[in-house]
Design a protein around this ligand. Structure first.
Ligand SMILES: NC(=O)c1ccc[n+]([C@@H]2O[C@H](COP(=O)([O-])OP(=O)(O)OC[C@H]3O[C@@H](n4cnc5c(N)ncnc54)[C@H](OP(=O)(O)O)[C@@H]3O)[C@@H](O)[C@H]2O)c1
Length: 283
Protein backbone atom coordinates (compact mmCIF):
# COMPACT_ATOMS: atom_id res chain seq x y z
CA UNK A 1 0.00 0.00 0.00
CA UNK A 2 1.12 3.57 -0.72
CA UNK A 3 2.54 5.38 2.33
CA UNK A 4 0.49 8.45 3.31
CA UNK A 5 3.59 10.64 3.08
CA UNK A 6 4.66 9.36 -0.37
CA UNK A 7 5.33 12.53 -2.43
CA UNK A 8 3.36 12.99 -5.61
CA UNK A 9 3.48 15.19 -8.71
CA UNK A 10 1.39 16.02 -11.75
CA UNK A 11 3.14 17.08 -14.96
CA UNK A 12 1.07 18.38 -17.89
CA UNK A 13 2.24 17.85 -21.47
CA UNK A 14 4.31 14.79 -20.56
CA UNK A 15 4.33 13.14 -24.00
CA UNK A 16 7.52 14.86 -25.21
CA UNK A 17 10.19 17.48 -24.58
CA UNK A 18 10.52 19.00 -21.11
CA UNK A 19 7.36 17.33 -19.76
CA UNK A 20 8.62 13.84 -20.56
CA UNK A 21 12.04 14.53 -19.03
CA UNK A 22 10.58 16.28 -15.96
CA UNK A 23 8.29 13.28 -15.30
CA UNK A 24 11.29 10.96 -15.36
CA UNK A 25 13.49 13.21 -13.19
CA UNK A 26 10.70 13.52 -10.60
CA UNK A 27 10.11 9.74 -10.63
CA UNK A 28 13.88 9.23 -10.19
CA UNK A 29 13.66 11.63 -7.26
CA UNK A 30 11.10 9.35 -5.58
CA UNK A 31 7.82 11.02 -6.60
CA UNK A 32 4.73 9.15 -7.76
CA UNK A 33 4.07 10.99 -10.98
CA UNK A 34 0.80 11.51 -12.83
CA UNK A 35 1.93 12.20 -16.41
CA UNK A 36 -0.81 14.15 -18.16
CA UNK A 37 -1.06 13.94 -21.93
CA UNK A 38 -3.74 14.79 -24.44
CA UNK A 39 -2.75 11.75 -26.52
CA UNK A 40 -2.21 8.88 -24.07
CA UNK A 41 -1.36 6.73 -27.09
CA UNK A 42 1.88 8.77 -27.26
CA UNK A 43 3.02 7.49 -23.85
CA UNK A 44 5.38 4.88 -25.33
CA UNK A 45 8.55 6.96 -25.25
CA UNK A 46 7.99 8.16 -21.70
CA UNK A 47 7.29 4.65 -20.42
CA UNK A 48 10.27 3.19 -22.29
CA UNK A 49 12.64 5.79 -20.87
CA UNK A 50 11.12 5.36 -17.40
CA UNK A 51 11.68 1.60 -17.63
CA UNK A 52 15.31 2.21 -18.60
CA UNK A 53 15.79 4.11 -15.34
CA UNK A 54 13.78 1.55 -13.33
CA UNK A 55 11.03 4.04 -12.42
CA UNK A 56 8.17 2.94 -14.71
CA UNK A 57 6.04 1.84 -11.76
CA UNK A 58 6.18 5.38 -10.34
CA UNK A 59 4.57 6.86 -13.45
CA UNK A 60 0.88 6.68 -14.32
CA UNK A 61 -0.31 8.19 -17.55
CA UNK A 62 -3.55 10.14 -17.41
CA UNK A 63 -5.51 11.57 -20.31
CA UNK A 64 -5.34 15.34 -19.94
CA UNK A 65 -6.06 17.85 -22.65
CA UNK A 66 -5.72 21.07 -20.67
CA UNK A 67 -8.22 22.75 -23.02
CA UNK A 68 -10.96 20.27 -22.06
CA UNK A 69 -12.63 21.29 -18.80
CA UNK A 70 -14.13 17.81 -18.51
CA UNK A 71 -10.74 16.14 -18.80
CA UNK A 72 -9.16 18.59 -16.35
CA UNK A 73 -11.85 17.85 -13.75
CA UNK A 74 -11.59 14.10 -14.37
CA UNK A 75 -7.80 14.36 -13.95
CA UNK A 76 -8.25 16.17 -10.61
CA UNK A 77 -10.55 13.37 -9.40
CA UNK A 78 -8.16 10.68 -10.59
CA UNK A 79 -5.11 12.32 -8.93
CA UNK A 80 -7.08 12.64 -5.68
CA UNK A 81 -8.33 9.04 -5.76
CA UNK A 82 -5.14 7.38 -6.96
CA UNK A 83 -2.42 9.51 -5.38
CA UNK A 84 -4.34 11.03 -2.46
CA UNK A 85 -2.20 14.19 -2.36
CA UNK A 86 -0.42 16.60 -4.69
CA UNK A 87 2.98 17.95 -3.63
CA UNK A 88 4.10 19.33 -6.98
CA UNK A 89 2.13 20.59 -9.98
CA UNK A 90 4.20 21.30 -13.08
CA UNK A 91 2.17 23.39 -15.53
CA UNK A 92 4.27 22.57 -18.57
CA UNK A 93 1.90 21.84 -21.48
CA UNK A 94 2.08 24.47 -24.17
CA UNK A 95 2.22 25.32 -27.84
CA UNK A 96 4.02 28.04 -29.78
CA UNK A 97 2.18 29.87 -32.52
CA UNK A 98 4.61 31.91 -34.59
CA UNK A 99 3.95 34.70 -37.05
CA UNK A 100 3.59 38.44 -37.35
CA UNK A 101 0.87 40.04 -35.27
CA UNK A 102 -0.92 41.56 -38.25
CA UNK A 103 -1.05 38.28 -40.14
CA UNK A 104 -1.75 35.54 -37.60
CA UNK A 105 -5.43 34.56 -37.92
CA UNK A 106 -7.53 35.22 -34.82
CA UNK A 107 -8.32 31.49 -34.63
CA UNK A 108 -4.58 30.84 -34.11
CA UNK A 109 -4.37 33.62 -31.50
CA UNK A 110 -7.26 31.95 -29.68
CA UNK A 111 -5.64 28.50 -29.88
CA UNK A 112 -2.42 29.96 -28.48
CA UNK A 113 -4.04 31.78 -25.55
CA UNK A 114 -6.61 29.03 -24.90
CA UNK A 115 -3.79 26.50 -24.44
CA UNK A 116 -0.98 28.37 -22.72
CA UNK A 117 -3.11 30.68 -20.57
CA UNK A 118 -6.68 29.41 -20.08
CA UNK A 119 -5.58 25.75 -20.05
CA UNK A 120 -2.98 26.54 -17.40
CA UNK A 121 -5.54 28.44 -15.31
CA UNK A 122 -8.01 25.57 -15.67
CA UNK A 123 -5.51 22.97 -14.40
CA UNK A 124 -4.44 25.33 -11.61
CA UNK A 125 -8.02 25.91 -10.41
CA UNK A 126 -8.83 22.21 -10.42
CA UNK A 127 -5.69 21.05 -8.63
CA UNK A 128 -5.48 23.76 -5.95
CA UNK A 129 -8.06 22.23 -3.57
CA UNK A 130 -5.98 19.02 -3.32
CA UNK A 131 -2.74 21.02 -3.06
CA UNK A 132 -4.19 23.05 -0.19
CA UNK A 133 -5.20 19.86 1.59
CA UNK A 134 -1.71 18.44 1.00
CA UNK A 135 -0.21 21.42 2.83
CA UNK A 136 3.26 22.54 1.82
CA UNK A 137 3.27 22.12 -1.95
CA UNK A 138 4.69 23.71 -5.11
CA UNK A 139 3.32 24.96 -8.38
CA UNK A 140 5.95 25.26 -11.10
CA UNK A 141 4.94 27.22 -14.19
CA UNK A 142 7.00 26.65 -17.32
CA UNK A 143 7.20 30.15 -18.74
CA UNK A 144 9.88 31.22 -21.24
CA UNK A 145 12.36 33.92 -22.15
CA UNK A 146 9.41 34.89 -24.39
CA UNK A 147 7.68 35.89 -21.15
CA UNK A 148 10.47 38.45 -20.65
CA UNK A 149 11.24 39.62 -24.19
CA UNK A 150 8.69 39.78 -27.03
CA UNK A 151 10.77 38.93 -30.10
CA UNK A 152 9.45 39.84 -33.57
CA UNK A 153 7.62 36.93 -35.23
CA UNK A 154 6.82 35.49 -31.78
CA UNK A 155 3.86 37.77 -30.88
CA UNK A 156 1.20 35.17 -30.00
CA UNK A 157 3.65 33.03 -28.03
CA UNK A 158 5.14 36.04 -26.22
CA UNK A 159 1.65 37.35 -25.34
CA UNK A 160 0.80 33.95 -23.84
CA UNK A 161 4.01 33.71 -21.82
CA UNK A 162 3.78 37.32 -20.56
CA UNK A 163 0.30 36.31 -19.37
CA UNK A 164 1.76 33.27 -17.60
CA UNK A 165 4.25 35.60 -15.87
CA UNK A 166 1.42 37.85 -14.62
CA UNK A 167 -0.59 34.84 -13.54
CA UNK A 168 2.43 33.54 -11.62
CA UNK A 169 2.98 36.87 -9.84
CA UNK A 170 -0.62 37.13 -8.62
CA UNK A 171 -0.80 33.45 -7.68
CA UNK A 172 2.47 33.57 -5.76
CA UNK A 173 1.03 36.15 -3.36
CA UNK A 174 -2.42 34.56 -3.18
CA UNK A 175 -0.94 31.18 -2.27
CA UNK A 176 1.94 32.32 -0.04
CA UNK A 177 -0.22 32.42 3.12
CA UNK A 178 -1.51 28.93 2.27
CA UNK A 179 1.99 27.41 2.17
CA UNK A 180 2.07 26.85 -1.60
CA UNK A 181 5.19 28.10 -3.39
CA UNK A 182 4.71 29.33 -6.95
CA UNK A 183 7.82 29.22 -9.15
CA UNK A 184 8.32 30.50 -12.69
CA UNK A 185 10.92 28.76 -14.87
CA UNK A 186 12.02 30.75 -17.93
CA UNK A 187 13.96 28.60 -20.39
CA UNK A 188 15.62 30.01 -23.48
CA UNK A 189 15.52 28.00 -26.71
CA UNK A 190 16.06 24.25 -26.23
CA UNK A 191 15.84 21.64 -28.97
CA UNK A 192 12.48 20.05 -28.14
CA UNK A 193 9.78 19.17 -30.70
CA UNK A 194 7.89 22.45 -30.04
CA UNK A 195 9.78 24.39 -32.75
CA UNK A 196 9.20 21.77 -35.42
CA UNK A 197 5.49 21.73 -34.50
CA UNK A 198 5.15 25.49 -34.89
CA UNK A 199 7.86 27.57 -36.50
CA UNK A 200 8.67 24.89 -39.08
CA UNK A 201 5.53 25.90 -40.97
CA UNK A 202 5.80 29.64 -40.45
CA UNK A 203 4.80 31.58 -43.54
CA UNK A 204 3.88 35.14 -44.43
CA UNK A 205 1.14 36.28 -46.77
CA UNK A 206 1.79 36.81 -50.47
CA UNK A 207 3.39 40.27 -50.89
CA UNK A 208 3.75 40.62 -47.13
CA UNK A 209 5.75 43.59 -45.79
CA UNK A 210 7.22 41.14 -43.26
CA UNK A 211 8.77 38.60 -45.68
CA UNK A 212 12.31 39.98 -45.25
CA UNK A 213 12.01 39.92 -41.50
CA UNK A 214 10.49 36.42 -41.58
CA UNK A 215 13.59 35.08 -43.33
CA UNK A 216 15.77 36.70 -40.68
CA UNK A 217 13.60 35.45 -37.81
CA UNK A 218 13.65 31.89 -39.16
CA UNK A 219 17.42 32.02 -39.70
CA UNK A 220 17.88 33.37 -36.18
CA UNK A 221 15.57 30.68 -34.71
CA UNK A 222 17.47 27.97 -36.58
CA UNK A 223 20.83 29.31 -35.37
CA UNK A 224 19.55 29.44 -31.79
CA UNK A 225 18.04 25.95 -32.00
CA UNK A 226 21.39 24.55 -33.25
CA UNK A 227 23.26 26.17 -30.38
CA UNK A 228 20.60 25.21 -27.86
CA UNK A 229 21.38 23.28 -24.73
CA UNK A 230 20.22 19.90 -23.53
CA UNK A 231 16.54 19.99 -22.44
CA UNK A 232 17.56 17.71 -19.57
CA UNK A 233 19.05 20.84 -17.89
CA UNK A 234 15.54 22.22 -17.54
CA UNK A 235 14.12 18.93 -16.27
CA UNK A 236 16.87 18.61 -13.68
CA UNK A 237 16.30 22.17 -12.52
CA UNK A 238 12.56 21.53 -12.11
CA UNK A 239 13.25 18.36 -10.11
CA UNK A 240 15.68 20.34 -7.93
CA UNK A 241 13.11 23.08 -7.34
CA UNK A 242 10.55 20.42 -6.38
CA UNK A 243 12.82 19.39 -3.51
CA UNK A 244 13.77 22.89 -2.30
CA UNK A 245 12.54 24.17 1.06
CA UNK A 246 12.67 27.82 0.00
CA UNK A 247 12.79 28.13 -3.79
CA UNK A 248 13.29 31.50 -5.47
CA UNK A 249 10.39 32.86 -7.47
CA UNK A 250 12.09 32.89 -10.90
CA UNK A 251 14.73 30.72 -12.57
CA UNK A 252 16.14 31.56 -15.99
CA UNK A 253 18.41 29.29 -18.06
CA UNK A 254 20.77 28.80 -19.83
CA UNK A 255 23.39 31.46 -19.10
CA UNK A 256 23.01 33.17 -22.51
CA UNK A 257 19.29 33.61 -21.79
CA UNK A 258 20.04 35.13 -18.38
CA UNK A 259 22.32 37.57 -20.19
CA UNK A 260 19.56 38.50 -22.68
CA UNK A 261 17.21 39.23 -19.77
CA UNK A 262 19.82 41.35 -18.01
CA UNK A 263 20.63 43.32 -21.15
CA UNK A 264 16.92 44.06 -21.60
CA UNK A 265 16.65 45.21 -17.99
CA UNK A 266 19.72 47.48 -18.27
CA UNK A 267 19.13 49.11 -21.64
CA UNK A 268 16.50 51.72 -22.45
CA UNK A 269 13.62 49.96 -24.27
CA UNK A 270 14.13 51.63 -27.65
CA UNK A 271 17.84 50.90 -27.59
CA UNK A 272 17.19 47.22 -26.82
CA UNK A 273 14.57 46.96 -29.59
CA UNK A 274 16.95 48.49 -32.14
CA UNK A 275 19.66 46.09 -31.03
CA UNK A 276 17.42 43.04 -31.56
CA UNK A 277 16.24 44.26 -34.98
CA UNK A 278 19.86 44.91 -35.97
CA UNK A 279 20.99 41.47 -34.71
CA UNK A 280 18.19 39.86 -36.72
CA UNK A 281 19.58 41.64 -39.76
CA UNK A 282 22.72 39.47 -39.61
CA UNK A 283 21.80 36.42 -41.71
N1 LIG B 1 11.69 24.20 -26.09
C1 LIG B 1 11.91 25.44 -25.81
O1 LIG B 1 12.82 26.06 -26.38
C2 LIG B 1 11.08 26.16 -24.79
C3 LIG B 1 11.57 27.35 -24.28
C4 LIG B 1 10.84 28.02 -23.30
C5 LIG B 1 9.66 27.48 -22.85
N2 LIG B 1 9.18 26.32 -23.37
C6 LIG B 1 7.92 25.81 -22.85
O2 LIG B 1 8.10 24.50 -22.37
C7 LIG B 1 6.85 23.82 -22.35
C8 LIG B 1 7.04 22.45 -22.95
O3 LIG B 1 7.38 22.58 -24.31
P1 LIG B 1 8.50 21.69 -25.02
O4 LIG B 1 9.53 22.60 -25.49
O5 LIG B 1 8.87 20.54 -24.17
O6 LIG B 1 7.71 21.22 -26.36
P2 LIG B 1 6.92 19.89 -26.71
O7 LIG B 1 7.84 18.74 -26.77
O8 LIG B 1 6.13 20.23 -27.92
O9 LIG B 1 5.97 19.68 -25.47
C9 LIG B 1 4.75 20.33 -25.32
C10 LIG B 1 3.82 19.38 -24.61
O10 LIG B 1 2.59 20.06 -24.37
C11 LIG B 1 1.56 19.22 -24.87
N3 LIG B 1 0.35 19.96 -25.20
C12 LIG B 1 0.12 20.89 -26.15
N4 LIG B 1 -1.16 21.29 -26.10
C13 LIG B 1 -1.75 20.59 -25.10
C14 LIG B 1 -3.05 20.54 -24.56
N5 LIG B 1 -4.06 21.27 -25.06
N6 LIG B 1 -3.28 19.72 -23.51
C15 LIG B 1 -2.30 18.96 -23.01
N7 LIG B 1 -1.06 18.93 -23.49
C16 LIG B 1 -0.80 19.74 -24.52
C17 LIG B 1 2.16 18.53 -26.08
O11 LIG B 1 1.37 17.44 -26.43
P3 LIG B 1 1.32 16.86 -27.93
O12 LIG B 1 2.49 15.93 -28.00
O13 LIG B 1 0.02 16.17 -28.00
O14 LIG B 1 1.47 18.03 -28.86
C18 LIG B 1 3.50 18.16 -25.49
O15 LIG B 1 3.39 17.04 -24.65
C19 LIG B 1 5.88 24.72 -23.11
O16 LIG B 1 5.08 25.42 -22.19
C20 LIG B 1 6.79 25.67 -23.84
O17 LIG B 1 6.17 26.90 -24.13
C21 LIG B 1 9.86 25.65 -24.33
Amino acid sequence: MKAANQKTALVTGASSGFGLLISIELAKGGYDVAAGMRRPEAAGELLQQAAKFGVAERIRVIELDICSEEQVQAAARSVEQELGRLDVLVNNAGIAVGGFVEEVPLSEWRRQLETNVIGTVSVTQSMLPLMRRTGKSKMILISSISGVVGFPGYGPYAASKFAVEGLGESLAMELMPLGIDVVLVQPGAYGTPIWRKSFGELKVREGSPYSGMLKRVLAYSERTAKKSGDPLEVARLVARIAGMKHPSFRYRLPRSTRLTGRIKAWLPDRFFQRLIVRLLGRE
